[in-house]
Design a protein around this ligand. Structure first.
Ligand code: CTP
Length: 402
């Protein structure tokens, strides 16, 4: 999403400037073009040379620089920006921006820009919570300035509370979310993704589970969010990091996943059920750990779990419903049967025994099957790429249904 985006990064004077060096580097790695304006106070913390090397561009520091890149630098930078980012944003720059004071290069360029402005306040907690700062922030928000609230924690001044600059990946995620919502082709869609495997308890320490890693579902959630969708990820227990700008709901059992899916379903446009759902659950869950008795084995009687996807298929109205078929034999016949039985719009058939496919692999080899008999066979590719192709297909299905 950030490829080619032009970011003017305004850096003001706070100890968090050191984190913003990393931020500038991450933005550049994400494909942004970054031009930095530093206030005089910011230069007390880090020299402009650091930002010049990191951004690959001359750093603007003064209205009166005879060697400035442009004739009227504050106007040129204001017009150039796709986004104006201020990090860290001190109480001083927030006050100036809120009152329209333009007494240095940064405040003047901020007044002149029509680009979206994102500010990342970072300061002492009392300064942040002071009525003056809060009123300034309120006024800025009312005017459409985006405000990324500070993190709460230990501050350089020795106190603890709100005022820490959020970590650079969080700031990058906020910028990605902004552009995804503005330009992403899935921005109008609410997408529900399920991922991972569900677990059914036998006793407080044992469960019945499966080999799902969650990688496919998490990749779908990540790519959907990057393309601007509102994503709810309902996930079984899984060690993977939650992708940026994705809302997550953690569940353990099939029944919990069913309840979560049914509650989100009416407001959902597209459901992608990548989870490996436990089809059976122990009839009884022992309240205490089951102890061994001599050489005796253990028989666990299993009951059938509800079929979540089939239930969603029965209730389907305007939603697009996409399932996965994890198969070890008769791939197409089994997948087609599930497509029909569960009233799906598309099923992703997946031979989990093939090399480079299925659980735990970073790649997958899948076929898309449609109710009209079409079959699209994809070559072996990264799960991210499968996710991208699947979301392309979901968008077309949704557009055709509207
Ligand atoms: N699924 C579900 N609820 C279940 C079982 C499966 O929602 N109780 C969903 C899965 O998330 C997947 C699709 O149905 O999208 C197919 O799952 P799969 O495990 O391949 O097949 P099953 O329907 O469980 O049938 P079988 O195990 O007999 O192959």
């Amino acid at each position: 999403m950030l490829q080619g985006k032009k970011i003017v990064l305004g850096v003001t004077g706070g100890i968090a400037v050191y984190k913003v060096v990393d931020l500038a580097s991450r933005l550049r790695k994400a494909g942004c073009e970054v031009k930095v304006i530093m206030t005089a106070h910011a230069q007390e913390f880090v020299a402009p040379l650091t930002f010049k090397e990191i951004s690959g561009n001359k750093v603007a520091v003064s209205m009166w620089d005879a060697n400035a890149e442009y004739n009227v630098e504050h106007i040129a930078l204001a017009n150039w920006a796709d986004m104006f980012l201020v990090a860290p944003a001190t109480a001083n720059i927030l006050a100036k921006l809120s009152w329209g004071i333009a007494d240095d290069l940064l405040s003047t360029a901020l007044l002149a820009t029509t680009a979206p402005v994102l500010v990342c306040p970072a300061m002492n907690s009392n300064m942040y919570l002071a009525p003056a700062t809060q009123e300034n922030l309120k006024r800025l928000k009312e005017r459409g300035v985006l405000v990324l609230p500070p993190a709460v924690g230990q501050l350089a001044c020795g106190t603890s509370g709100p005022g820490r600059l959020p970590e650079p990946p969080q700031i990058v995620a906020a910028i990605e979310a902004f552009f995804a919502k503005k330009d992403g082709d899935l921005r109008a869609l609410k997408i529900l993704v399920t991922a991972g495997g569900t677990r059914e308890p036998i006793d407080p320490v044992r469960f019945v589970g499966n080999r799902s890693s969650g990688k496919m579902g998490y990749a779908i959630a990540q790519v959907a969010a990057q393309r601007g969708a509102d994503v709810l990820l309902i996930t079984g227990p899984c060690a993977l990091p939650v992708p940026a700008n994705v809302q997550v709901q953690r569940v353990e059992t099939t029944q919990e996943m069913l309840t979560a899916c049914l509650s989100a379903y009416p407001k959902t446009d597209v459901v992608i059920k990548a989870a490996a759902v436990a089809d059976f659950k122990p009839r009884e869950v022992a309240p205490q750990k089951i102890k061994k008795k001599g050489d005796e084995g253990l028989t666990v009687v299993m009951d059938k779990n509800p079929d979540i996807l089939a239930e969603l298929g029965r209730r389907k109205e305007r939603q697009i419903l996409i399932g996965f078929a994890a198969e070890t034999q008769d791939l197409l016949a089994n997948a087609r049967e599930k497509l029909t039985k569960k009233n799906l719009d598309l099923i992703v058939a997946n031979d989990v025994t093939a090399a480079g496919a299925g659980f735990n692999s970073d790649t997958n080899i899948v076929k898309f099957l449609y109710p009209d008999g079409r079959v699209e066979s994809l070559e072996k590719m990264a799960k991210q790429e499968v996710a991208r192709r699947l979301l392309d297909a979901a968008l077309i299905l949704k557009q055709n249904k509207c």
